[in-house]
Design a protein around this ligand. Structure first.
Ligand SMILES: [Zn+2]
Length: 349
């Protein structure tokens, strides 16, 4: 009997059937499992998408999208940048930090570090931002983004010597650093802790001819700390480059003798209503205001100012030596605009 059973098992037909049966069961189980997993994944993915539509993606979700769903790196970065646009810098920082642990390729790591440094910078954490950009330079000393950012950070932190070193590095990469060097020289003078205001004023006036864009920075310094020297040298300036500063000057700070020697200054202060000298002006806005001041009809029109970046063409309500949109140095042009009298933003700073 036992021999029969052994014989049965050894029957090649039964063996073949058993093998097919096992293969079938294995395939069925694998198939069912894959369907189950796919459905589970789809459900999770749908949930994730719903959360994304609601703008509620958490930091971990980005890692999930990258490592589990293989969403391309660039798409993840684009999604994470939505935090930056909403001003949620800390969230963007968390995403970048989490991604840094998962990303292996050096190029992607470098890109993530650039974004992280930028996010730290935008959230005002300049030291951390500096550390990140210095770290990038350790493995890629030719990274221009990191060098430009460090130049800005060193200037902000009054580390002018280091800013100068960055300019040397940019020179070696054939970047045009002429304007940046002159501006750095001016910043170094203005922020010198030992030099007297008198010496600073003289030194700044010497740099005036180097670049027309320096006029405003130097005029602003002189108006603040050395009005006498400012008025004495008024002919060396194109006053339309800082008409807003002159417009908001207090009556008693104006040198009327100098005003009477220069038509455009007479126009500005006639339009302002301080004097009654000009009857018309070559400048459109000043001309309208002068005409209104000379008419009997009362007017609420006043001069307002806009600052337009020469490079990115974006408008800004106050003057900044570096454009907050494209980070160009001394790229703002002041544009007088007619409008209702508004609060002087510059005077509040
Ligand atoms: Zn700009």
């Amino acid at each position: 009997m036992a021999d029969d059973i052994i014989f049965d098992y050894r029957d090649p037909l039964i063996g073949v059937i058993t093998i097919f049966l096992l293969i079938f069961i294995a395939s069925f189980v694998t198939y069912s499992l894959s369907i189950y997993n796919e459905r589970k994944s789809r459900k999770e993915y749908r949930k994730l998408l719903e959360r994304f539509e609601l703008g509620n993606l958490k930091e971990d979700d980005y890692i999930h999208l990258y490592s589990t769903y293989n969403l391309p790196f660039d798409s993840i970065i684009l999604l994470a940048s939505s935090f930056l646009h909403k001003g949620q810098h800390n969230k963007a920082i968390s995403v970048y930090l989490a991604l840094l642990e998962h990303v292996k390729e050096p190029i992607k790591k470098e890109e993530l570090l650039e974004l992280l440094g930028e996010a730290y910078f935008k959230s005002g954490m300049l030291q951390r931002s500096k550390d990140i950009f210095l770290k990038i330079l350790k493995f890629n000393p030719r990274n221009k983004i990191a060098l430009h950012k460090l130049l800005f950070i060193f200037q902000h932190l009054n580390e002018f010597k280091r800013a100068d070193e960055v300019l040397d590095a940019l020179d070696e990469l054939d970047e045009n650093t002429k304007k940046e060097r002159i501006y750095l020289q001016v910043l170094t003078t203005i922020n010198d802790p030992i030099m007297s205001f008198e010496k600073k004023s003289v030194s700044l006036l010497e740099t005036l001819t180097m670049n027309e864009k320096l006029e405003r920075v130097i005029a602003e310094f002189l108006i603040k700390f050395n009005k006498e020297l400012f008025w004495k040298n008024i002919d060396r300036f194109n006053v339309m480059n800082f008409i807003d500063l002159l417009w908001y000057l207090d009556f008693e700070d104006i040198n009327w003798e100098k005003v009477n020697q220069k038509v455009i200054l007479e126009d500005i202060y006639s339009a302002k209503g301080y004097i009654d000298k000009s009857v018309k002006s070559d400048n459109f806005e000043l001309n309208i205001l002068i005409a209104l001041k000379n008419s009997t009809t009362p007017s609420e029109l006043d001069l307002n100012f806009e600052f337009i970046c020469e490079k990115c063409k974006k408008n800004h309500p106050i003057y900044e030596s570096r454009c907050p949109h494209c980070e160009s140095t001394l790229s703002f042009i002041v544009e007088p605009k007619l409008g209702k009298a508004t609060l002087n933003l510059a005077s509040l700073l």
